[in-house]
Design a protein. Structure first.
Length: 149
């Protein structure tokens, strides 16, 4: 993991609101269906060399509260579909974790590493809960950037 200062940038995609407790149960989970919808509705519109992101923002409190999730890209626009929305990656300091492996398991495992890191009693960083994001760098690589104070 590495600390990076990231400039803000805008993305467009689909969104939902959920909380981690709901994601543990397939009957209440919203993130997997969001990515399914992104694959069906947005992925066919991706042209060129698109960057694909999962964005987590508008946190109610911390990792236990509600938050917005976006499945999005840098090459989509809100004019392409009435379901598409804009989201901004806020500028700031981020702790970036990287992993390679088979999707989606590698992303799930990397989130486990993120949660483990921040739940350690001697963790030197504190989450800001502004905007966090996954960047799908390639078919088998993901980066998770967590906003920090």
């Amino acid at each position: 993991m590495v600390v990076e200062q990231i400039e803000g940038f805008d993305l467009v995609g689909l969104s939902t609101r959920t909380k981690n407790a709901n994601e543990a149960d397939s009957s209440t989970a919203k993130i997997a269906p969001l990515w399914d919808k992104f694959g069906a509705e947005a992925a066919p519109k991706l042209r060129g060399a698109p960057k694909v992101y999962g964005v987590y923002t508008n946190y109610e409190s911390d990792h236990t509260g509600l938050f917005d999730v976006y499945a999005c890209s840098d090459v989509l626009s809100t004019e392409m579909s009435e379901d598409f929305e804009s989201v901004r990656i806020e500028p700031g300091k981020y702790l970036v974790f990287t992993a390679q492996g088979e999707m989606p398991q590698v992303a799930i495992d990397l989130w486990g590493e993120v949660w483990g890191y921040f739940s350690a009693p001697d963790c030197p960083q504190q989450r800001a809960y502004t905007t966090d994001f996954e960047h799908y760098v390639g078919a088998n690589e993901v980066q998770i950037a967590i906003s920090i104070k």
